[in-house]
Ligand binder design. Structure first.
Ligand code: ATP
Length: 898
């Protein structure tokens, strides 16, 4: 078979390809054969992705300005004969690279495993049945079914196709979708022109088809150029880029300062070695080099947390954008509502009927409303149309009736069943010959059937009421005769249903003589109207609370639906979308109105409208752009192929994990595994938490750098001995960042994070109060470390002891400041000390490390530390407590001012 896998499939007939692959085009492979082939060909996934190798990523850790400085410093120190210092510096470089590599790998792994969770699904014929399975389970010889929105799971030789168009831009660069056709082609046809093939990874933009898998995994065309599939490795976000840029500017400034202090010292006749050490200490201490990496880790942790709440992030920057979302545009059906449809009212032959029962169980009956006339031919045909123009099925799982396929269609099967129409009998009596599938843009579906008893053929049509009415001139009467259509009466009946929040579908038919065909261009013409069916789709219980939470958090919610304006309005009202300020009215704008507005008018009108109805997917793009022009940060949901442009344009494109097409998922930044609006709200809440933790981490980390820089500068300016040496600074930075700072990533969300309006998109990362806090703590570190160092020296302590005190002062203040930094406004006691156990654990670990630093002989050798007495410890602790109290006092003052 290996040799077969390399055949020129496009040159063969489809049936011949199936024969060579030993598969049945109508039934596919059986399970036994699938097992055999899976063992032989392995999983249908691409291995050995061309991401950076582990070694390359490790080596990249050395490609940082700080590391260059350290290596230069290590080399010069070695040259000066300071072997221990030089060894420590090189050791730190290595440990730093290892830690960086480990953390980065963890982030990459977390992201990769998430994108793997999202592996696409495929529909395949197995043993005569169409089944859905994860794309990696497809084997060569499988007969794969394609329809609009699917991602092609393997390289396929097409067996049949209907208006099939595939977007192959990722392979061929051709931006227009390629039309497909099954006939054989000359052997030398180039890939872009192989109309009878569908290639793995490409996207079906319209139509349907089936094909036999001729290559899977690494054997596919895309597998051969696997560099293209790199998806989630991207670890950069606008924020990390901003921080990296800030670090670079800072680096230059600090290097300039270090050089200046070196020259100043030398000019003052200080020893060159000491001045060199001071310059190195300044550079090493003041550059916040670890910041971008830590930010990435915090974002990656946020990604895992969101996955726990059923929101899968596909692109890392989405985590930070989510927190700043100002408006969420959501679909209605399935996201805000249950997508559990039940037909409750029918209008046929000018009469109204009620349908009893709830859900998909076939229990209930169709009775004339208000005791009017009994059923007539129009009612039967209306229900028959719903049953035949239908691709859904009802099955029983776990003792419950469930719909397989589109719930709207499931409801129509059930209503017909309640009337006594048997699905299998009807389908046998009216075999389906052709079909025009439902598409959101078209808003209707049509099927062609053989009528029983050689009476010719019949087309059944179902869809949005306006669309169906456009196709009809006459109507079917209860008697079975055809009469003139009273469109006004139909619209009145529709309004009455829609005002109750019912989703209304209209039905029509056309009888064709002889072997008439379903003309695609004129499928909808010359029809006889059959009736309406109105179904409820109850709002999701959790959606109402989630919308209220969003409105409370200053986030606007807009419902954008393909459904009718009145239905949308009724559901919008029930969900509280108008925010209670519209007096029982929820303003609605329809797709028609949108089409009539120019861009400027749309931009002006869009903020005041919570519900948009009968919106086509293309109009979603205009709505997103109009909202963005209003300065909004916009999250937008979508599930269809045509939603992709809007999802890409939105700041956060949200795709549905269950109902969404692969195309939509591909375009989205975030995928909801449960298709639920409440999950978006949860993700926004998490996003706010992640952003808050980021700012807390930055506000905690910057004073360390600033404090160290200030201590060294002051020493140089006053010509005093350095209170902390470069290797000691390295010790402080490495241990505190690893043990203390990173624990802020685990800080639980502060209560009230959804009580505030969203962060303004243009607001700076660190606001004035935070900058003030950073300045206060930096000065505290300077005063305490420098002061205690001088005090010790004045009291006759050795240089080693004085420096050990200074180092411990730094670490202790940072540990206390870590407690402060858990919240900008609340005291750690109010938060509860135990609510972030990582912080306590980190402080404990840090304490043990400091004991080692102070008392272990090897540390004395490596870091020139020395043992301290109890009184010295008490003073160190005093500094920590004083700093803690001052920051808490500052918080109080700030909250009173604010
Ligand atoms: P959403 O709120 O998620 O946009 P929607 O179901 O209201 O969902 P569409 O799926 O675009 O929006 O449907 C638009 C209209 O097309 C519906 O209001 C209905 O009248 C009609 N329709 C929906 N499903 C079908 C179907 N399977 N066959 C025929 N017509 C349909």
């Amino acid at each position: 078979m290996e040799t077969i896998l390399n055949k020129q499939w496009h040159h063969l007939e489809g049936a011949e390809a199936a024969r060579l692959l030993d598969t049945d085009p109508a039934g596919g492979l059986d399970e036994f054969e699938v097992d055999r082939r899976r063992k032989r060909f392995g999983e249908n996934s691409i291995s050995g992705r061309k991401g950076a190798s582990a070694l390359a990523r490790f080596l990249l850790q050395f490609h940082q300005p700080l590391v260059y400085i350290l290596i230069a410093a290590g080399a010069v120190t070695a040259f000066l004969g300071e072997w221990i210092d030089s060894g420590v510096i090189f050791g730190v470089v290595l440990v730093n690279a290892l830690v960086g590599h480990f953390q980065e790998s963890k982030a990459v792994r977390a992201l990769n495993s998430l994108s793997a969770n999202l592996s696409a699904e495929a529909r395949v014929l197995r043993a005569g049945k169409a089944v859905r399975l994860p794309a990696p389970e497809v084997v060569p010889g499988d007969v794969v079914l394609l329809r609009s929105g699917d991602k092609v799971p393997a390289d396929l030789r097409l067996l049949s196709e209907k208006e099939l168009r595939i977007d192959e831009s990722m392979l061929t660069g051709e931006s227009l979708p390629a039309a497909k056709d099954g006939s054989p082609l000359p052997p030398d046809t180039v890939l872009a022109e192989r109309r009878n093939m569908a290639y793995a990874g490409t996207l079906v933009s319209s139509g349907q088809g089936a094909g036999v898998a001729v290559a899977t995994g690494n054997h596919t065309e895309i597998g051969r150029i696997s560099g293209l599939i790199d998806s989630a490795d991207e670890l950069q976000t606008p924020l990390t880029r901003k921080i990296a840029r800030f670090s670079r500017v800072l680096l230059l400034a600090i290097l300039g300062l270090a050089a200046a202090s070196f020259v100043l010292g030398v000019l003052r006749d200080e020893p060159v070695t000491a001045m060199f050490m001071a310059a190195v200490a300044l550079a090493v201490g003041a550059i916040p080099e670890g910041l971008p990496a830590a930010v990435t880790i915090i974002l990656a942790l946020g990604v895992s947390r969101m996955a726990g709440r059923k929101a899968i992030i596909r692109k890392l920057p989405a985590v930070e954008t989510l927190g700043g979302t100002t408006v969420i545009c959501s679909d209605k059906t399935g996201t805000l509502t249950e997508n559990q449809m039940t037909v409750q009212e029918i209008y046929a032959g000018g009469r109204a009927y009620a349908v009893s029962g709830l859900g998909y169980a076939p229990r209930g009956e169709v009775t004339p409303a208000e005791g009017g006339d009994g059923p007539g031919e129009a009612l039967a045909e209306c229900l028959r149309a719903g049953l035949l123009c239908n691709d859904a099925g009802i099955g029983v799982r776990d003792g419950r009736h469930r719909v397989e396929g589109d719930p709207t269609e499931g409801a129509l099967l059930v209503s017909a069943g309640k009337y006594g129409l048997d699905r299998d009998r009807e389908r046998d009596a009216f075999p389906r010959l052709d079909e025009l599938p439902f598409e959101s843009g078209r808003q209707y579906m049509a099927t062609l059937h053989d009528a029983p008893g050689n009476e010719g053929r019949v087309v059944y049509l179902k869809g949005a009421v306006e669309k169906v009415l456009d196709c009809c001139k006459e109507t079917l009467l209860p008697s079975g005769e055809v009469g003139e259509l009273d469109a006004g009466a139909v619209i009145r009946a529709q309004r009455a249903m829609a005002e109750k929040g019912l989703r209304v579908l209209a039905f029509a038919r056309r009888e064709l003589p002889g072997d008439g065909r379903l003309e695609r261009s004129a499928a909808c013409a010359g029809m006889a109207f059959l009736g309406l069916q109105g179904m409820i789709d109850p709002p999701r219980e959790e959606a109402e609370a989630a919308i209220a939470a969003c409105l409370h958090a200053g986030i606007k919610v807009k419902m954008i639906t393909g459904d009718h304006a009145l239905t949308a309005q009724a559901i919008g009202l029930r969900l509280g979308l108008s925010g209670g300020d519209c007096d029982g009215k929820c303003p609605v704008m329809t797709g028609h109105e949108i089409a009539e507005l120019d861009d400027a008018e749309l931009i002006e009108r869009v903020p005041g409208i919570p519900v948009f109805a009968r919106v086509s997917p293309e109009q979603k793009l205009r709505l997103v752009m109009a909202l963005q022009k209003n300065g909004e940060v916009c999250a937008m949901t979508g599930d269809g192929v045509n939603d992709a442009p809007a999802l890409k344009q939105a700041d956060i494109g949200v795709a549905m994990g269950e109902a969404g097409t692969e195309v939509a998922k591909d375009a989205a930044d975030m995928v909801l595994t449960d298709d639920n609006f409440a999950t978006i709200e949860a993700a926004v809440e998490e996003g706010r938490g992640v952003f808050a933790n980021l700012v807390k981490f930055i506000a905690w980390t910057l004073p360390t750098n600033a404090g160290e820089g200030l201590v060294i500068l002051t020493a140089v300016l006053f010509g005093a001995a350095l209170p902390i040496l470069p290797v000691q600074i390295l010790w402080i930075n490495m241990t505190t960042a690893g043990c203390l700072g990173i624990t802020l990533a685990f800080e639980p969300m502060e209560p009230g994070s959804m009580d505030r309006p969203p962060r303004r998109p243009d607001s700076p990362l660190l606001g004035r109060p935070i900058l003030r806090r950073i300045a206060v703590v930096s000065l505290l570190l300077l005063a305490c470390a420098f002061g205690m160092f001088q005090w010790e020296l004045a009291a006759g302590a050795s240089m080693e002891v004085a420096r050990t005190v200074a180092v411990n002062v730094f670490v202790t203040i940072e540990a206390f400041y870590l407690l402060n930094a858990r919240s900008f406004t609340r005291s750690p006691l109010a938060l509860g000390l135990g609510t972030n156990k990582w912080v306590l654990g980190g402080c404990g670990l840090m304490f043990v490390l400091q004991l080692l630093y102070t008392y272990a002989p090897v540390m004395h050798q490596l870091f020139a530390s020395a043992p301290l007495g109890l009184v010295q410890w008490a003073r160190v602790l005093g500094c920590g407590l004083a700093a803690y109290a001052i920051v808490e006092f500052d918080k109080k003052r700030a909250s009173q001012d604010g």
